[in-house]
Write a protein that binds this ligand. Structure first.
Ligand SMILES: [Zn+2]
Ligand SMILES: [Zn+2]
Ligand SMILES: [Zn+2]
Length: 138
């Protein structure tokens, strides 16, 4: 819990029980979480508060959004050096077509590509699809 309090403080967020609870859920998860995933881990919660919490976590650089290309939005913890308004997550994302989970592949960076003249790159996303480690083992 001490670590969670520090993480919130570092990102300019006041410590509340709910925020700590949400952060804890992200810490414990090996894969990216959708709204439904998070809701299923909570009892007695207010949807608006959850929505606002996720929004502020994203704005403050605690979590980042992942699209799985099936129209589902998921969130995952940032690697650590993100801060308010600046995300530096350059890693590849992986979507498993078997279990429908999305993963951050932290050790794999999105390759730098040369764009034609006149284009400016703002964000670089890379999504790989296939079968995840766990599904391959079962
Ligand atoms: Zn980030
Ligand atoms: Zn899988
Ligand atoms: Zn990620």
């Amino acid at each position: 819990m001490v670590q969670i309090e520090e993480t919130l403080k570092k990102h300019g967020l006041r410590h509340t029980l709910f925020r700590a609870q949400i952060l804890d859920i992200f810490h414990d998860s090996k894969y990216a979480l959708s709204n439904n995933d998070i809701e299923s881990k909570l009892e007695n919660f207010d949807r608006i508060t959850l929505y606002r919490t996720l929004k502020s976590f994203e704005e403050k650089g605690l979590i980042h959004k992942i699209s799985d290309n099936n129209g589902n939005l998921k969130y995952a913890m940032c690697e650590g050096d993100c801060d308010e308004g600046h995300h530096h997550d350059q890693h590849v994302h992986f979507h498993c077509e078997k279990c429908d989970k999305s993963f951050c592949i932290d050790e794999l960076n999105v390759p730098d590509v040369k764009v034609p003249e006149g284009y400016t790159v703002v964000t670089r996303d890379m999504l790989l699809k296939g079968v995840c480690k766990e599904c391959n083992q079962s």
